[in-house]
Design a protein around this ligand. Structure first.
Ligand code: AMP
Length: 392
């Protein structure tokens, strides 16, 4: 990494502008889950200890640019952060033309996505943001895959642009998993559709020793292997892609384990009864909504011997308890493994929380889209610009 880290800089009496990902759920004007705010605190505390005056930027939701809409206001986040930090967090509605900040102060600016030009990475807006500070700190890993004014443009024009503590931790954890993994390396790609994860599957197949497919993705692979899939979610047009992936895997000695048993329902519903069936006994009325206990025992062995595990996507419809066993069993096997383990993505984090294994994982990524794009082998624009600026 050629990028400058915030921890390398002297921040005393500097105006420090930090782009964070404070995009948290708000219910009745209060923050209802503060995981992202907590993850952002380390960088704020480090900058405060360093003697900086701090201006925080973030987005929240997807408002229409140029239209103030209180539903998307960051004001509740400022209140919540003040409680967590135990000090005032001043909320600034009008900030783009300049913010007065003194060392030891923390200011949170209103949603960057109210600014016209944010999404288009507008140069004029980027320069205005850069003019707010002496040092720009990118710390929002969750939006590092987007080239926008507050994640990318501002880093071009700020006097100094560097990476915050959270961004550095994310990149180091992902680097440890992908750049020099302890083998065997196992990736689990679950969820609903092959189509949304095809690039991911294609990239991972060249890197891992075991590629475990789950959820609706496994259904399409089962269909590609001529097993009956009844009414299951299957992307028929992607069966040739699934076959091609299996061929590549064979050539490269990458194992894609196929389930011998599955859990079926007759409707995608919370009260549909569940039945464990052999893959060849799935009837025309069945929907495959989870992977079976026999397959999970296979996974137990793979997780036990793994050196590195990367997990994105559930094995089944874990939101319904009768179809949650596959994902729970996988979660327990990852938790029990000595492998370096990383999980990321909205549904995966929900499963990690539901099955209470957060403390047993090596790292949980705060990025959904950014985590996926990193795993797809793509360059994250907000990281690339920091690397450019680091070698100025
Ligand atoms: P994704 O957004 O692609 O990561 O997909 C996550 C969603 O996939 C979850 O909400 C699961 O309920 C759903 N899912 C998992 N397994 C299946 C399955 N066998 N059939 C249909 N949906 C599934």
């Amino acid at each position: 990494m050629t990028m400058i880290k915030m921890s390398d800089l002297n921040l005393s009496n500097k105006k420090v502008l930090i782009r964070q990902d404070l995009n948290v759920p708000i219910k009745n004007g209060e923050v209802s889950s503060d995981l992202r705010i907590r993850a952002a605190l380390e960088t704020v505390t480090l900058a405060l200890t360093g003697g900086a005056g701090i201006i925080l930027l973030s987005h929240l939701g997807r408002p229409v640019e140029g239209q103030l809409d209180s539903t998307f206001s960051l004001e509740p986040v400022a209140r919540h952060m003040a409680t967590l930090l135990g000090r005032e967090v001043r909320f600034e509605r009008d900030w783009i033309d300049g913010v007065d900040v003194q060392p030891g102060e923390v200011i949170l600016c209103e949603n960057v996505r109210f600014q016209i030009g944010e999404k288009a990475n507008d140069d004029r807006l980027s320069r205005k943001m850069a003019a707010l500070c002496d040092v720009f700190v990118m710390d929002a890993f969750g939006t590092a895959h987007r080239a926008q004014a507050s994640t990318h443009g501002v880093a071009k024009y700020a006097p100094i642009a560097c990476a915050g503590a959270l961004l550095v931790t994310e990149l180091e954890a992902l680097g440890a998993a992908f750049e020099n993994p302890t083998r065997p390396m196992v990736a689990i790609v679950g969820g609903s559709k092959v189509s949304t994860k095809l690039t991911l599957l294609k990239n991972l197949i060249n890197k891992v020793d075991y590629l475990i497919v789950g959820g609706g993705i496994a259904n399409t692979f089962l269909a590609a292997n001529d097993h009956p899939t009844g009414n299951s979610l299957v992307e028929k047009d992607l069966i040739p892609e699934a076959k091609a992936l299996q061929l590549i895997a064979k050539e490269q000695h990458t194992v894609i384990p196929m389930p011998e048993d599955v859990v079926c329902g007759t409707a995608f519903s919370v009260d549909s009864p569940a039945a464990v069936k052999s893959v060849d006994d799935v009837s025309s009325e069945d929907m495959i909504l989870d992977l079976g206990p026999g397959f999970c025992m296979q996974l137990d062995r793979i997780m036990k011997d793994a050196g590195t595990i990367v997990w994105n996507g559930p094995l089944g419809v874990f939101e319904f308890d009768q179809f949650a066993s596959g994902t729970q069993s996988l979660a327990d096997a990852i938790a029990a493994s000595n492998a370096f383990s990383i999980a990321g993505g909205g549904d995966t984090i929900a499963a990690v929380e539901k099955f209470n294994i957060a403390d047993n994982l090596s790292y949980i990524s705060t990025g959904g889209g950014a985590f996926l794009e990193f795993m797809e082998g793509k360059t994250l624009p907000a990281v690339a610009i920091l690397e450019e600026r680091g070698s100025d």
